[in-house]
Design a protein around this ligand. Sequence first.
Ligand code: SF4
Ligand code: FES
Length: 162
Amino acid sequence: MSVESVRGTTVVIHFDNQRCIHSRHCVLDRPDVFVPNVAGEWIYPDRATPAEVLELAHNCPSGAIRCAGADGAQMESAPLVNTVRVRENGPLAFRAPISIDGSGQGYRVTLCRCGASTHKPYCDGSHTAAGFVASGEPAPVEEQRSVNLAAPDNVSSSAGAP
Ligand code: SF4
Ligand code: FES
């Protein structure tokens, strides 16, 4: 069982450790709510307001952290614009209503692009140990760039003065 659910007075926080990519937004933003480096209990929903818990969930790129009302009410909602971002040396990060194999995955997910995840299609943070290096940006082509930059001068000189 990889999903840990911690119930507070008004909010339930769900944490799926197999989805966590160890970006550390949670423990750096609110170490009182997500207490790092402790054995046993480490999630404390009542140390934040429901709005703050929702913001923490939305800032978790992998969807490892999700939240709902203690009464079962839905708190999270779809983004206004669906996006996918290439994380440097890491996964693809989606923000959208996501379904995989017909199963709803919430509104955030990070999918492996290094091939080393033990929990595909999800990134499980293995890209770090695998030494995966890929910015997602096209490699610069310096020669082509210098030709393109030189083109206006060439055109001007060949056309001659009026
Ligand atoms: S992926 Fe989510 S749960 Fe994992 S460290 Fe980052 S913010 Fe925390
Ligand atoms: S990109 Fe993270 S495990 Fe592959």
